[in-house]
Design a protein around this ligand. Structure first.
Ligand SMILES: Nc1ncnc2c1ncn2[C@@H]1O[C@H](COP(=O)(O)OP(=O)(O)OP(=O)(O)O)[C@@H](O)[C@H]1O
Length: 407
């Protein structure tokens, strides 16, 4: 663990000097295998387009076969981004030291000249965003029956409980979402993409940080004040849980207005005691209704407005498996970022219509599905007197940076 703090303090120095001595930094990490660029070129057949399996905020991802015969997913950091170098180091730092059935495994990396490459265990069945939530636009023939979804939800919950409660310093992932849950050949879920993760010493209640994450999964208190605790991941997990049970993305502007925001819809149906109506129709009624409704109630608990009302991940695991009961009396309206936008936008301007700004923002992002990329690069929303400047920046994804607050 000393290795981690050593690494971070050195990183600060390099950052101030406008550069990262990446090779130097990587050599400070002992548990990671270093691949040569030649090995990577051979594994990916010279980065053949036929082997390209994805594109993320980080750069391109290729499938490759390593010298020892193992299949690997090879993430090539695009050359331009400084931000990417930081994330590259974070990712190595965080996952080279931990191992769990529900976390993606890093085999090693390549840092030669300008090349920054991460090498992972190859996972055969893509991400939940591309398969379960792919809306028929995917090549997957996976049948997400109720048992499979049950196992996936519990697997992700266990992976997160491990990060939050079993490693020291504990880790907040910060970007739990459907595209970061990969599935292996047995459909065991693996949490991936640790580029935004934060290591939080146990004597600190939270860290204040620039907000980064994905719209639709962000806990309101984190989006508003930038206060990061494990509860922000738990909120994102709650959103993901409801997505898995319902088979719907958290935001879908193609649906009728009252159904566009999944969490709002979940709360509405919960209040009407009609939660079962939200379960994915693709299951053709073949599911355990008691379990499915319990899962959605846990989703509501995880997304409660007050972070302290959200259960810890180990409690979530027990609620999902039925070891701990989920009491209706504990469930109140979830924290919705739509409400936060109302509040902020209304401010002293009493005439501003509730939700207008948020809806405008969402439609200008044109978010039909969680896996879609943005094409607008920056959108700024300013509420007049409060001098609140919320900048939504997205070179590649739906990331939010909140620059200033006055709540
Ligand atoms: N270990 C892996 N095994 C198989 N496929 C992978 C693996 N890692 C990534 N991929 C594929 O590459 C795609 C891009 O992954 P990456 O983590 O770079 O970006 P992302 O999570 O989709 O988006 P973002 O970086 O914007 O959050 C994934 O959606 C997945 O299809």
């Amino acid at each position: 663990m000393t290795c981690i703090s050593f690494l971070f303090s050195r990183r600060g120095k390099y950052a101030r000097n406008h550069g990262f001595d990446v090779e130097d930094e990587v050599s400070g990490i002992h548990d990671v295998k270093l691949y040569t660029y030649k090995e990577i070129r051979i594994a990916t057949e010279e980065f053949s387009p036929a082997n390209k399996i994805g594109e993320g905020g980080f750069g391109s991802v290729y499938k490759g076969r390593l010298k020892d015969g193992k299949l690997a997913a090879i993430k090539v950091l695009s050359a331009e981004s400084k931000q990417g170098v930081k994330e590259f180091l974070t990712e190595i730092d965080v996952i080279s030291k931990i191992e769990h059935e529900n976390l993606v495994k890093l085999y090693g990396c390549c840092v030669e000249g300008n090349h920054r490459i991460l090498v992972y265990n190859y996972l055969e069945n893509n991400s939940l965003a591309q398969t379960l939530l792919g809306g028929g636009h995917n090549n997957s023939n996976i049948q997400f029956d109720w048992r499979t979804r049950f196992r996936i939800c519990i697997g992700v919950a266990r992976g997160l409980a491990f990060l939050h409660e079993e490693v020291r310093p504990y880790i907040v992932h910060r970007d739990i979402k459907a595209s970061n849950i990969l599935l292996d050949k047995d459909l065991t879920p693996k949490i991936s993409d640790f580029g935004l993760a934060k290591l939080i010493p146990s004597n600190m209640t939270h860290v204040s940080t620039r907000v980064a994450g994905t719209i639709g999964y962000l806990a309101p208190e984190y989006a508003i004040r930038g206060q990061l605790t494990r509860k922000a991941d738990i909120y994102s997990f709650g959103v993901l849980l409801v997505e898995i049970v319902s088979g719907r993305c958290n935001t879908n502007t193609r649906l009728p207005v009252e159904e566009q925001y999944l969490l709002e819809r979940t709360w509405e149906l919960y209040e009407r005691r009609e939660l079962v109506g939200l379960v994915d129709t693709a299951l053709n009624g073949d599911f355990d209704a008691e379990e499915a409704c319990r899962f959605m109630k846990v989703g509501l608990l995880c997304t409660q407005d007050a972070p302290k009302l959200r259960p810890s991940m180990s409690t979530v695991v027990k609620m999902l498996t039925g070891e701990i009961e989920v009491y209706d009396s504990k469930i109140t309206k979830p924290g919705l970022i739509t409400d936060f936008m109302d509040l902020k936008v209304r401010g002293p301007q009493k005439t501003t219509k509730p939700q207008t700004k948020y809806n405008d923002m969402m439609s200008s992002y044109n978010l039909p599905s969680a896996s879609d990329k943005l094409d607008s690069s920056t959108l700024t929303s300013e509420s007049s007197a409060a001098a609140t400047v919320t900048t939504f920046t997205s070179p590649y994804d739906q990331s939010i940076e909140t620059k200033e607050f006055s709540v």
